[in-house]
Design a protein around this ligand. Structure first.
Ligand SMILES: [Zn+2]
Length: 372
């Protein structure tokens, strides 16, 4: 029987407020870029440190209760960059979640100065973090929101600190079009040409990568993370070429860290696109390998779950077993479905209060944008 440990290879912990009531997107978005501009980029700009802390505690506590024991996070909060990674890291360490954190540097709000502040936050955090459960990576938002100079600086920071890059790559065709306009074959080639495709890097999505590009990412020792629920929700397409690499893992891209739900959607979409069951399942079972690379060891004392071979029985057993008992780094975190490291009721109530406050701020941003 296979041994599983649940982990999430790409997410946005700051989105923890999203299930608790954010304003409807008005006017409704028609493209991927409109979804970013009207929802996620409004939410991340609206965040302050208190709201981020509440979002992080809720997202992490909810993930632990779903049996997920490690998160690889990609963070942006343009209105509170400095110290933001400590806020998330404290929530992870306190509640008992392994995590790999980065700040996604971007120029989309404040140009090169904003990108420099994002990279500086990554450097500061990597140098000062001593939390046993938390590791650092260097982040870029995506090729299409940064200049060549910012990519070069991110690559040299990775080499200086011996850390991988975590970046969105070819999620939507807009990212590919942008890289071509800048004179590159695509975003992957652009990252490589500017020295940022360092071994161990985490490339989220890869929806619009060709088989050759997927093989190139593997040859450079990079991981690609598929996020089926997010890709379907955003209508960006199915990453049909990822089977060309064995270094492909499963993430939720801001959806709650329920890896069984994510796997179910991957099975539906993957089988419709002719992917084998082994290929599909390996994307979930390989996430702990990615996490272990960042911790430079097989994480000690983690909960391995022995599961039946039949897919349906496995999914239900996994859900039940994970909820029964979760151990991270030798510490019992969830016992008989109860979170032992925090008061889930109080954590949710606090997050709900912040969601209401942040929603009001997002509505205000919408009115400023539309002039209403
Ligand atoms: Zn993402």
């Amino acid at each position: 029987m296979p041994a599983f440990r649940l982990a999430n290879a790409h997410t946005h912990i700051y989105s923890g407020l999203a299930p608790l009531g954010l304003p409807p997107i008005d006017p409704p978005p028609r493209t991927f870029l409109e979804i970013l501009e009207r929802l996620w980029w409004r939410l991340d700009r609206a965040l302050d440190a208190d709201a981020l802390g509440a979002a992080a505690r809720f997202y992490v506590a909810d993930a632990l209760l779903r049996g997920t024991s490690a998160l690889i996070d990609h963070h942006e909060s343009p209105s509170c960059i400095e110290g933001s990674l400590d806020v998330i890291a404290d929530a992870c360490q306190e509640l008992g979640m392994r995590a790999v954190l980065c700040y996604g540097a971007t120029e989309r709000n404040g140009g090169r100065e904003e990108a420099a502040r994002g990279l500086a936050e990554g450097r500061r955090f990597a140098r000062t973090n001593r939390r046993p459960l938390v590791r650092a990576a260097i982040g870029l938002h995506a090729s299409f929101t940064v200049s060549d100079d910012t990519i070069r600086e991110a690559g040299s920071l990775c080499r200086e600190l011996q850390l991988p890059l975590h970046v969105h790559v070819a999620e939507d065709h807009a990212d590919v079009d942008d890289a071509r306009r800048r004179g590159y074959d695509g975003p992957l080639e652009r990252l490589h040409a500017l020295g940022a495709l360092v071994p161990g890097s985490i490339l989220a999505h890869g929806v619009h990568l060709s088989r050759d590009q997927v093989r190139m990412a593997e040859a450079f020792g990079c991981w690609i993370v598929q996020n089926p629920r997010s890709n379907r929700h955003n209508g960006v397409g199915y990453p049909a070429c990822l089977a060309a690499s064995t270094r492909v893992a499963l993430g939720t891209d801001g959806f709650p860290a329920d890896m069984i739900d994510e796997l179910d959607v991957l099975r539906q979409l993957g089988e419709a696109h002719g992917e084998s069951r082994d290929t599909i399942d390996r994307r979930m079972t390989s996430v702990p390998d990615l996490v272990a690379e960042r911790f430079a060891e097989a994480p000690p004392g983690a909960a391995f779950l022995q599961l039946p071979g039949d897919a349906r029985a496995r999914a239900s057993a996994l859900k039940r077993l994970a909820l029964e008992r979760l151990v991270v780094d030798g510490r019992l975190i969830v016992d008989r479905g109860k979170l032992l490291t925090g008061d889930i009721g109080a954590i949710e109530a606090d997050a709900r209060a912040h969601a209401a406050r942040i929603s009001a701020r997002m509505r205000e941003m919408g009115r400023e944008t539309t002039g209403a």
